[in-house]
Design a binder for this molecule. Sequence first.
Ligand code: FHF
Ligand code: ZN
Length: 187
Amino acid sequence: MITMEDIIREGNPTLREVAKEVAVPLSDEDIKLGEEMMEFLHNSQDPIKAEELGLRGGVGLAAPQLDISKRIIAVHVPSGDLENPEPTLSAVMYNPKILSHSVQDACLAEGEGCLSVDREVPGYVVRHNKITLSYVDADGVKQKIRLKNYEAIVVQHEIDHLNGVMFYDHINSENPYALKDGVLVIE
Ligand code: FHF
Ligand code: ZN
């Protein structure tokens, strides 16, 4: 089981590496890793388990955060709607790739945090508002999906980890809350 002790923190050079693609068909080892990453997200979003295990709630996790430099991410975005409790996005993605993106940019009003960063970094993290993405799923099947708004932001945060990029690299260092015209601010 993955816990916070398995997650490396900023300063560890692995977080600045470009991770390696995984071989397809997927190995049993890579499938197992993806399952454990998704289990971590589930546990971290379960108030009881998160408390017991001392986990920070997370919607995404990338293999490099476990000191494993492979192009594997897990995302689990809860709906936040009691009427419709299905997660809006839940997947392990192998070799995810952004094929195209909107001209419009977007950022989260609250800024971002990271399981590998034990401090608050204020500011808008400007990303693409919409992305078209390909990836290999847990069954080894190639998928192509379009994402927008919050789900697109989460996946871009995770893919950044595969490329050695941290969220604060996208914050304007002169004025962390400066925004160009037309950037969508997601509440
Ligand atoms: C998180 N937590 O998941 C943040 C951090 C925008 O690479 O967003 O570092 F638990 C992955 C509902 C809404 C339930 C939000 C991408 C952020 C990715 C993890 N928590 C949440 C939730 C959250 C990072 N990460 C603050 C830990
Ligand atoms: Zn992160």
